[in-house]
Design a protein around this ligand. Structure first.
Ligand SMILES: CC(C)(COP(=O)(O)OP(=O)(O)OC[C@H]1O[C@@H](n2cnc3c(N)ncnc32)[C@H](O)[C@@H]1OP(=O)(O)O)[C@@H](O)C(=O)NCCC(=O)NCCS
Length: 205
């Protein structure tokens, strides 16, 4: 089993070997995910001692969403991200444009009155697709599962599709828990991995 000093030594070794800051961030995000999977996940218990509501998204909410999608571990997991997630103007323009379309349904997720993420349905080549993103501080508490179940009551387009990187187990579980079935796989270039990777395709009928 990997131990933390190995991880630290490898990370420092690679930095000493002259890799870029961006590559170093990716490596640290990877180690952080591995650490979570090895140690933290086992200790997790789902708690639902919070008040969760979803509300139609306001433009002002995008400031919060932008901050959430800057996290390196989240970027690594989501994989199919913009080339430069730190480009705020590109982010705000893209989401504002999506929000203005009648085919988009977007909801902001509040936990105890704090904005913690978003869930949305958007149209892609005539098909309905879903996406969600949660502030890392709220991961592993069942927030996405609960919010997504509520979202699927108000967003009734079917079939509706979702996809997740082959190793984004949390997102795959969320879809499975909300009734989606895995219907196949695809390959695509993932900016966050700088590589072509496999993604799993899900469908809810
Ligand atoms: C994917 C994401 C939305 C999950 O949110 P979340 O609120 O932590 O999910 P939930 O707490 O509802 O957990 C759902 C399931 O995933 C499991 N899960 C959570 N983290 C996990 C992990 N690291 N590894 C394996 N399973 C995990 C939970 O245990 C739960 O399953 P269970 O009830 O069978 O135990 C969140 O990690 C995120 O925002 N990631 C970055 C953006 C992203 O990946 N978006 C999706 C793009 S496809």
């Amino acid at each position: 089993m990997t131990n933390l000093s190995d991880v630290a030594q490898k990370g420092l070794g690679q930095m000493a070997a002259g890799i870029t800051k961006r590559q170093t961030r990716k490596i640290l995000a990877y180690y952080s995910i591995a650490f979570n999977l090895l140690f933290i996940k086992r200790e997790q218990t789902m708690t639902t001692d919070y008040r969760l509501i979803i509300k139609p998204t306001n433009i002002a909410d995008l400031e919060h969403f932008f901050q959430f999608q800057l996290d390196d571990e989240a970027i690594y997991l989501a994989a199919f991200t913009p080339k430069d997630p730190a480009d705020k103007k590109a982010y705000i323009d893209k989401i504002s444009n999506a929000l203005s379309k009648p085919t988009t349904t977007m909801r902001t997720i509040f936990v105890n009155d704090n904005i913690v993420g978003s869930v949305a349905k958007f149209d892609m080549e005539g098909e309905a697709h879903i996406t969600y993103w949660i502030d890392k501080a709220y991961w592993g508490k069942g927030v996405t599962t609960q919010a997504f179940k509520e979202f699927l009551i108000i967003e009734t387009t079917r079939p509706i599709f979702g996809s997740a990187a082959f190793d984004n187990f949390a997102s795959q579980r969320v879809m499975e828990k909300c009734g989606f079935e895995k219907i196949g796989t695809d390959k695509g270039f993932a900016n966050a991995r700088n590589a072509e990777i496999e993604e799993f395709i899900y469908k809810l009928i």
